[in-house]
Design a protein around this ligand. Structure first.
Ligand code: UDP
Ligand code: MG
Length: 313
């Protein structure tokens, strides 16, 4: 049975050799499986690609796909999934935060207990900045309320999938990819295993708070149209208030006459309504921009170099 391991790498020169050594050890333990390691170089600016080429020379299980620029982790994972030939496919980070040794347990669960997918989540958010944890938690709560994507809090991208699962994932060739949602959306029997958070072995994280925020918006837009409904609801709510206010003003003017007063409150109301309109237009704009990107049908990744002969683009 062939197991494909997909490793997206962006500026990971500090950790790649460590990672390979660990993988080599683990694949040694799992000697009843064949392995291929598909490293996807996501437009690294350091020596990641030359290290990968060196590894590929020494070990024929090492495959690499080098993207023509930094397309982001989602695109890198898609490139790997598309070219994985294994009966089981594993997504794993290069920084050893996803300990390869747990593969032993994951493969056992998939084969013996008959799961289509074995997914990992962290037990705690220890070692993470507190504000990040706070926003992350709110995001998962919100996401599960407004979408049917069934996203688990603390879910990691470390995941083992069966061939069927991967084929289903690949049928979703959308441009704006939010894997955590896609995994949940395809369904199948998934077993969740929890792990203690592991620190990065070397190098540093590629995610800033800002990047994460944009990514969360991506997730919401990709899996929910609730923001659109909320803006419609807001519009109706304010129209109702405006109508009540209008009746009040007209009756008061008819009964008591109308001395000109209260323009500060008027200005406040106008400004308030103006901003609500802008927010709603903005929400509409975000969805529109996603449609625009989707309609253009641009490739999700562009490969500039690879040692896979029949590479699928
Ligand atoms: N990564 C990638 N492209 C990017 C950013 C990250 O391929 O644009 C890879 C990175 O090399 C690593 C994985 O995605 O293997 C997770 O990144 P990182 O460890 O920086 O994220 P964190 O673990 O801090 O969430
Ligand atoms: Mg990491």
């Amino acid at each position: 049975m062939l197991v494909s391991v997909i490793i997206p790498c962006y500026n990971e020169e500090a950790v790649l050799n460590l990672y390979y050594k660990e993988m080599d050890r683990v694949t040694g333990i799992l000697s009843n499986y064949d392995f291929e390691m598909i490293f996807v170089n996501d437009g690294s600016k350091d020596s990641t690609l030359s290290i990968l080429k060196q590894l590929a020379k020494e070990d024929e299980r090492v495959k690499f796909i080098s993207l023509s620029r930094n397309f982001g982790k989602e695109s890198a994972m898609y490139a790997g999934l598309k070219n994985a030939k294994g009966d089981y496919v594993v997504l794993m980070d290069a920084d050893l935060q996803h300990p390869p040794a747990t593969l032993v347990e994951m493969l056992r669960i998939a084969t013996e207990e008959g799961y289509d997918s074995v997914a990992t989540r962290r037990m705690t958010r220890k070692g993470e900045p507190p504000i990040r944890s706070f926003f992350a938690r709110q995001f998962y709560k919100l996401m599960n309320k407004i979408s049917n994507a069934d996203i688990v809090d603390g879910a990691m991208d470390y995941r083992l999938m069966s061939r069927d699962f991967v084929d289903s994932l690949l049928r979703m060739s959308e441009y704006s990819r939010f894997s955590k949602g896609l995994f949940g959306w395809v369904g199948y029997k998934t077993k969740w295993v929890a792990y203690e958070n592991v620190e990065r072995a070397a190098g540093e994280t590629k995610w800033s708070f800002w990047k994460l925020l944009l990514y969360s918006i991506e997730g919401i837009v990709a899996f929910s149209t609730a923001p659109l409904s909320i803006s419609v609801f807001l519009g109706m709510l304010f129209a109702f208030f405006a109508f009540i206010g209008l009746i009040f003003v007209v009756i008061r003017a008819a009964l008591y006459g109308d001395p000109v007063a209260g323009w500060p409150s008027m200005v406040a109301i106008i400004l308030f309504m103006g901003s609500v309109q802008l927010v709603c237009l903005g929400i509409l704009g975000i969805y529109l921009s996603k449609i625009y990107l989707e309609v253009k049908k641009r490739p999700i990744f562009i490969c500039s170099d690879s040692n896979i002969e029949d590479i699928r683009l």
